[in-house]
Structures are given as structure tokens and as C-alpha cells.
Design a binder for this molecule. Structure first.
Ligand SMILES: [Zn+2]
Length: 264
């Protein structure tokens, strides 16, 4: 009964670019995707996480995304974005703003783990208020299956970015919980008050953004999450085994890829 999940990696193709401010929308979404995909596979789901390649216009990129997921026969389409425009908190877009179980689980999870939702009524931190209609979104309108677009945090709000950075594993668990109803964080939450500590056995750490591609291969091979080393250093996460990609003196991203090739 394996469910086919399409993870749409935001922007990053032709003229379709993500927001760049204090944080970079594309890079943060990719980090999150790299955590979410192995978790879903671990649960037995078939996952395709990708973005179109080619010199598309913004509109063309969006139509292509829907087409790829339709052709693949996905059961659910999940687009992972980050917000811009000044605000705080997560929101979810669905067709007609339908309060789907997927959208509710995503926002409830974040709220119950110390996060915020961006409520259209400006009351803030409600679940229903942060599920919004946006039928102009091509990826939501043109996909044949259930489709949801997630905005995790605001790349131009420092407070929101700091929370996301410190809690990226919680956001990954929120997305997995939204899609599957399985709470992968639950068993691993320490009794450390409200703070969530996801204990992972193995993690891939990469040094520069240029090493991220190599890290994705190794993380997928090991079915483990990956993170930028400097983020890991301040995250407080505990792991048994660290696989390091890049960071050798005088090495380039091609050296990182070669090193990664030996690991997969
Ligand atoms: Zn976006």
C-alpha cells in the first residue's frame, strides 16, 4: 500500500528563485527536505524529492512541477517553501483553503512544539487561520492529487529564522507527521521541559553550501539526516556517528563529491 509522496523542492530553477534575506529560502528548504526524505523512506513510503531543471520562467517552472508529479502518479504533493514579507510563523496553502488533515497536523505539531503559526486574522497561533486558500498557486491548482504548500518561517524575520534554525528537526518531524500521522519526534523527546531533542544515530555534516549536494547522496544512502556543520554545532543535537563532508583544507566541492562517492 505504499503511498507515493512527491516533495516539491521550492524554486531554484531558471527564473523561479526563492526569497533571499537574512536566510535563503532555497537553501533552508533543501536542508529541511534532506531531513524529511529519509524519515519518510524509513517509514516505508516511496518518495520523490526534486525540482525541475531547465531555464523555465517562474510560471513555466510551476507548471512543470505539477506535470512531473502528475506523470509520476503521486498520491500527495508537498511543496516546501519559506516565507518572506515580514511576519512570524508557519502557514499552509491548500486548494480553496480546505482545512485538510495534512494541513492541520502540520500546524498543530509546530504549535505544540513551541512554534508559531501566521494567522491571516492576525490573532496568531491558530491552526485554522493559518490554512489559507491560494488557487492562483499553479502547483496547487494543476496537480491531480492532494496538494499542499508549506511556508515554514519568514526568511526576513530574524526571530523566526533563529527559531527555525534551532528547531529544524522539529519542522521535519512536523512535515512527516502531517503526511503520515506518525510522530517520529515523540519517542525521542527528552524529558528536558518543552525542549525537543531529536536523537539521531547518524548524521551527515557538510561544511559549505557547495558541499550540500554531496551530503544529500550520503544522507540518502545512510537514510539519515544531514545538516550544515555550523548549524549542528549550535543545535545541541546528540548523535552516535558523524559523517563529515567537505571542510578539508584546500579541498573543493568536487573533492567533496569524490569523497561522497566512496561512501555510497
Ligand atoms: Zn517560495
Amino acid at each position: 500500500m505504499s503511498k507515493k509522496i512527491w516533495i516539491d523542492m521550492c524554486h531554484g530553477c531558471g527564473e523561479d528563485r526563492g526569497a533571499v534575506s537574512i536566510a535563503n529560502e532555497e537553501i533552508e528548504s533543501d536542508k529541511l527536505t534532506a531531513l524529511v526524505v529519509p524519515m519518510l523512506r524509513q517509514l516505508g513510503y516511496i518518495v520523490n524529492a526534486t525540482r525541475p531543471t531547465g531555464n523555465y520562467t517562474e510560471e513555466g517552472s510551476c507548471y512543470k512541477r505539477a506535470e512531473l508529479a502528475n506523470n509520476w502518479g503521486a498520491d500527495i504533493f508537498v511543496s516546501i517553501h519559506n516565507n518572506a514579507g515580514g511576519g512570524i510563523g508557519a502557514e499552509a496553502y491548500t486548494f480553496n483553503g480546505e482545512k485538510t488533515a495534512t494541513a492541520k497536523r502540520y500546524l498543530e505539531y509546530i504549535l505544540s512544539h513551541g512554534g508559531k503559526t501566521h494567522d491571516g486574522t492576525l490573532k496568531h497561533n491558530t491552526v485554522d487561520g493559518a490554512i489559507k486558500p491560494h488557487n492562483g498557486l499553479i502547483v496547487i491548482r494543476e496537480t491531480n492529487m492532494e496538494a499542499i504548500l508549506l511556508e515554514n518561517f519568514y526568511v526576513d524575520t530574524k526571530e523566526d529564522y533563529n527559531f527555525f534554525k534551532a528547531n529544524i528537526n522539529m519542522f521535519a518531524c512536523a512535515i512527516v507527521y502531517a503526511i503520515t500521522g506518525v510522530d517520529l519526534g515523540k519517542k525521542q523527546i527528552s524529558n528536558n521541559n518543552n525542549e525537543v531533542k531529536v536523537d539521531m544515530k547518524t548524521i551527515v555534516l557538510y561544511f559549505g553550501d557547495m558541499d550540500a549536494n554531496a551530503a544529500i547522496y550520503v544522507a540518502q544512502k545512510n537514510q539519515c539526516p544531514m545538516m550544515k556543520k555550523c548549524d549542528f554545532d549550535v543545535s545541541g543535537l546528540k548523535v552516535e556517528k558523524i559523517i563529515q563532508i567537505g571542510g578539508k583544507f584546500g579541498s573543493t566541492r568536487y573533492d567533496s563529491l569524490k569523497d561522497a562517492g566512496k561512501l555510497v
